[in-house]
Write a protein that binds this ligand. Structure first.
Ligand code: FES
Length: 119
């Protein structure tokens, strides 16, 4: 796969952790976050299905204390890391919006070009 936006190096995300990315300005802003688990990466739009706000209150704090779920810090919703389904909280049953990310041959995390989603 070629093209896309390089977000960071894989080593920039702790295994079991996550990292948020923002870019753009004015009415053209994007926010996504990437979770690293067992050497693979998954990406989601950084917007909670409950109110549409970013999930993290502190930089890169997207994972619950027990490391098992993605956490929305605003009202405590928990989401499956594997598919973004909300399993607890005010938006139970709803899903985070996935974005396509992959590792390139230099172990960089790359967001597919057409995966950009405005916030
Ligand atoms: S905004 Fe995420 S749980 Fe309310």
């Amino acid at each position: 796969m070629s093209g896309g936006r390089v977000l960071c190096r894989l080593e920039d995300i702790e295994d079991g952790g996550a990292k948020g990315f923002y870019w753009g300005e004015g009415t053209r802003q994007w926010a996504v976050f990437v979770v690293r688990e067992d050497g693979r990466v998954r990406g989601y739009v950084n917007a909670c299905p409950h109110l549409g706000t970013p999930l993290e209150l502190l930089p890169d704090r997207f994972i619950s204390a027990d490391g098992r779920h993605i956490l929305c810090s605003t009202h405590g919703a928990l989401f499956e890391i594997a598919d973004g389904t909300c399993v607890s909280g005010p938006c139970a049953g709803e899903c985070l919006t996935p974005v396509e990310v992959h590792l390139d041959d230099q172990d960089r995390v790359v967001l597919r070009d057409d995966a950009f989603v405005t916030i």
